[in-house]
Design a protein. Structure first.
Length: 193
């Protein structure tokens, strides 16, 4: 189907509660910025689209303005949600005793939900301190994906660099209860015997 671009919409630069140049969260890709609202004609139908730029990924996404809510596009988290997400990092890891493949699917779903608190839960559950055993490759990939999403949103909300946001997240993770590795527990038991 051929698409024909028309000039950007000259009406108000606000649709569905979103404005041009506003930073938003798109669940599957994280933090992006609405660069413009434009109209395109596709198969004889005129569509009004948000043009969203994800600078870090070097990607541009076009989302019909009428579908913004149904795809889960949202504004950046307000300060109280951000605080709750950072507090979540301080909590005890909740790792279900199910097969890794099932847990991995659940973690992936939480990451792609765009819900900052759910993403913080993944970061908390998959975090490994230096005293803990190495993660598997797939565990590490999910952890890094969740951490990246959280870093980007924290950076955008608090207007700090991503490095500063990562340090803030790590500081909160280290305030949580210590998780020890099984081998460290075994060593303690052997020394006591």
């Amino acid at each position: 189907m051929p698409t024909k671009k028309t000039a950007p919409t000259r009406q108000s630069h606000s649709r569905q509660g979103f404005r041009t140049h506003e930073r938003i969260v798109y669940p599957a890709h994280g933090v992006g910025q609405i660069v413009r609202i434009e109209e395109q004609e596709v198969a004889g139908f005129k569509l009004e689209l948000f043009v969203i730029n994800f600078a870090k990924d070097k990607m541009t996404l076009r989302v019909p303005t009428s579908k913004a809510a149904s795809v889960g596009m949202r504004k950046l988290a307000p300060p109280e949600v951000l605080k709750k997400a950072l507090d979540t990092l301080k909590g005890r890891a909740r790792i279900k005793r199910t097969m890794w493949s099932r847990r991995a699917q659940e973690y992936e779903a939480k990451i792609n939900s765009g819900d900052l608190i759910a993403i913080a839960e993944v970061v908390r559950d998959l975090f490994r301190s230096e005293s803990q055993p190495e993660q598997s490759y797939s565990e590490r990939q999910l952890y890094e994906a969740a951490l990246d999403r959280m870093v980007r949103e924290l950076s955008a909300v608090q207007d700090i660099t991503e490095t500063e946001a990562a340090k803030l997240i790590e500081t909160n993770l280290l305030k949580g209860p210590r998780r020890t590795s099984k081998s460290a527990d075994d060593d303690v038991r052997e020394e006591a015997a």
